[in-house]
Structures are given as structure tokens and as C-alpha cells.
Design a protein around this ligand. Structure first.
Ligand code: SF4
Length: 60
């Protein structure tokens, strides 16, 4: 099961992951982005590749 993990030391809140994820895994919650629905992740890696700050890793 692919599991998206956000590195909050790198996240600059660009919201890119929210925009590019086809499965709506991420949501903005108060002042940060959270992995709201990890069970929906299909492992496409769009978030990992497109995050401008390299803040997301997909763990297998
Ligand atoms: S790997 Fe794909 S489906 Fe999974 S969280 Fe990232 S963009 Fe969404």
C-alpha cells in the first residue's frame, strides 16, 4: 500500500499536492496540509514529483 508522508520541515504550503492529487488524498486543515485520506492513494507519485519543495515521499 502506497503511503504519502509530508515532511513538515520542508512544506511551504504551496498546495500543489492538493491540486495534483487525482484521489483527493490531501486537505488543508487550519494552517497545514494533512494526509486526510491515505487509504485512497493509488501511488501515482504526482504529489512527490510535483511538490516544488520536495516535501512529500511515497512510502511503499
Ligand atoms: S501518489 Fe498520487 S494518489 Fe497518492 S497522494 Fe500522491 S498524488 Fe495522490
Amino acid at each position: 500500500m502506497p503511503k504519502p508522508v509530508i515532511d513538515y520541515k520542508k512544506c511551504k504550503m504551496s498546495m500543489t499536492c492538493i491540486d495534483v492529487c487525482p484521489m483527493d488524498v490531501f486537505e488543508k486543515e487550519k494552517d497545514k496540509v494533512v494526509v486526510k485520506h491515505p487509504e485512497k492513494c493509488i501511488g501515482c507519485r504526482a504529489c512527490e514529483v510535483q511538490c516544488p519543495h520536495g516535501a512529500i515521499k511515497i512510502e511503499e
